[in-house]
Each structure stands twice: as C-alpha cells, then as structure tokens.
Ligand binder design. Structure first.
Ligand code: PGA
Length: 252
C-alpha cells in the first residue's frame, strides 16, 4: 500500500521570517502523524531555519533544486551533500519551471537525481507536457521521453527512493487543473512505464504525485484515482490553512 504523499513547493516565495511563521502554523495544524508523508520545499535561504523548526514533527524537508557536483567552483550552486547536511530528505528535480525558464534537459535532471541518491536524498522527479504538446497528441511521447532521460542510470534499488510528479505544464499556476481522469490516464501510463523499465515491484511502490493547480476543493477527486498517490502543490501551499486542508483531503 502506498502512503499518501503531499508536498508543498514554495517556489521563490517567503523570507526567512515568513517561512518560519508558515512552518510554525503548519506544525500546529498538521505536525503530528497524519498517515500522510507531508513535505515542505522552502527556498534555499529558509532551509536551515525551517529544518530547526521541523525537528520532532512529522513534516519532512525538501529543496527545490540542486547541482550534481559535491563541491567546487560552481558559483551560485548548492550541492546534494549540502542539502543532506541541512536536513533535506527530498529534493525536487526537473520542475517544469527549471525545464522551461532555465532550459534544463532531462540529462541534467538525471545527473541531479543520481547525485542526490548518492547522498541519501530522495529526488522528486517532475515530468509533464506543455499545452501545445498535448494538443498535438504528443503527451505520451513527451512524458515517456522525459521519464527515460530523467531516470537514466538509476538502478532498481535507487528507484525505491524516487518519487515521480506528473505536472502538466498547462495546469501549473493557471487555475486549470487536469481532470481526475486526465491525470489518472497519465499516472497509469507512468506506472506502466516504471513496470516495463524497472519491474512490477518498483511500479507498485513508487509514489506518483499530481501537480498543477491542486486546491482544497479538487484534492479529493484526484486522490480517489487508483494511480494518484498525492500532490505537489504550489500556490495553495503558501497558506497553512489551505495546505492543511489539502493534507486532510489527501488522506482519502
Ligand atoms: P501550482 O504549482 O499548484 O501553483 O499550480 C504546482 C507546481 O508547480 O508544483
């Protein structure tokens, strides 16, 4: 049985004091065992103070991105061992904003995923098609090739620690959610792809999250689908009350 998994991606929001205030409110509301894996992904500057607050709670910490080298002359970058040291259990890689705003390719996503795994940090690997790609009927091809490229070089053993997030680009921050059926179709495809590539054990145990305008009023419909195990939430994770309601809805 896969445990429900709800992650909040704060993107480039929250100063340190705002981040600490938000996480304190969240701990108050959902800090105990919810029967759900609850993860918050603050910006880099807030990781350390948020990690201090999370101690003793059931909430887990994630970064939003990383570089694949361990250390060196890479101005502006943050490495997997630095994230492990600050207390990150997870790190998002290949988010559509990284792919589309910063031009990242799946080969880079895979390098990041491998480097994170080498340091005990679980990658949350994001895939998803644009509106044009969907309208041209290329969704399966695009997502299949993103999976292939982004998980390149990972072993069956590595996959035990990997989380996949399906985030159709046209649904991110637009208020336009995929219907539960549209999302389920893609989640079933992804699970099938995982089975073909890594075996049935990996396919049945890997959490596959949906992301794209998830809100308190649509989480239950999404979670009712067989292959949707949780959500990667952007905008609605920036307020404790709405994120807590999504966690509640995530319990199914
Ligand atoms: P959104 O973002 O919930 O604001 O659409 C989701 C995401 O980008 O992870």
């Amino acid at each position: 049985m896969r445990r429900p998994f709800i992650a909040g991606n704060w993107k480039m929001h929250k100063t340190v004091s705002q981040a600490v205030a938000l996480v304190d409110e969240l701990i108050e509301l959902v800090g105990g065992d919810q029967g759900v894996e609850v993860v918050v992904a603050p910006p880099f500057t807030a990781l350390y103070p948020v990690a201090q607050r999370l101690k003793g709670s059931n909430l887990k910490l994630s970064a939003q991105d990383c570089f694949w080298e361990e250390e060196g002359a890479y101005t502006g970058e943050i490495s997997p061992p630095m994230l492990a040291d600050v207390g990150c259990a997870y790190c998002i890689v290949g988010h559509s904003e990284r792919r589309h705003v910063f031009g990242e390719g799946s080969d880079e996503v895979a390098r990041k995923a491998r480097a994170l795994l080498a340091h005990g940090v679980s990658p949350i690997v994001c895939v998803g098609e644009t509106l044009d790609e969907r309208e041209e009927g290329r969704t399966i091809k695009v997502v299949g090739s993103q999976l292939q490229g982004s998980l390149e070089g990972l072993s069956q053993k590595d996959m035990v620690k990997v989380v996949i997030a399906y985030e159709p680009v046209w649904a991110i921050g637009t208020g336009r959610t995929a219907t539960p059926y549209q999302a389920q179709d893609m989640h079933a495809f992804i699970r099938g792809w995982l089975g073909d590539s890594f075996g049935g054990g990996v396919a049945s145990s890997t959490p596959i999250l949906y992301g794209g305008s998830v809100k308190p009023d649509n989480i239950r419909g999404l979670m009712a689908m067989d292959d949707i195990d949780g959500a990667l939430v952007g905008g609605a994770s920036l307020k404790a009350s709405s994120f807590a309601q999504i966690i509640e809805g995530g319990k199914g």
